[in-house]
Design a protein. Structure first.
Length: 138
């Protein structure tokens, strides 16, 4: 659990850095510790609060075809802004763009660096054995 949380923290910190680099409406100042703190807060809020909010808002997520989940990510970004005062957001639309960038970059990084799940590993083994059987290597 701690390893997964550390990987998520690193990925979220990198995603927040990319978002602040691309958008002038997001800033962490000139202190790297503020970015690391924002990454940690965003990770903890996303790990513990986002699932509860997503479950409570399932009807809204379905009714808006998933758009409301983006608003949950915006809320997570605003909570990070509220807890880490050096991490600033200029306005709502900057937060929406930041949430999009953080979601995409963080998702790509986590897919790249996270350890595969058991189901994924089983599927990979099954595909490998199936290819070997087709080629007559069995």
């Amino acid at each position: 659990m701690a390893r997964r949380l550390a990987i998520t923290w690193a990925c979220n910190t990198c995603a927040l850095f990319v978002a602040t680099w691309l958008l002038s409406g997001l800033s962490y100042g000139s202190d790297w510790w503020a970015l690391l703190g924002a990454g940690l807060v965003f990770t903890l809020v996303g790990t513990f609060l986002r699932p509860a909010l997503a479950i409570l808002s399932i009807p809204l997520i379905i009714a808006t075809l998933g758009f409301f989940y983006l608003l949950i990510n915006v809320l997570m970004l605003y909570l990070t802004h509220w807890i880490v005062p050096r991490f600033t957001i200029a306005g709502f639309w900057w937060a929406v763009l930041g949430a999009l960038i953080v979601s995409v970059v963080g998702g790509v990084l986590q897919l790249s660096f996270a350890r595969p799940t058991r189901r994924g590993a089983r599927a990979a083994v099954w595909l490998y054995r199936r290819r070997r059987a087709r080629q007559g290597w069995v």
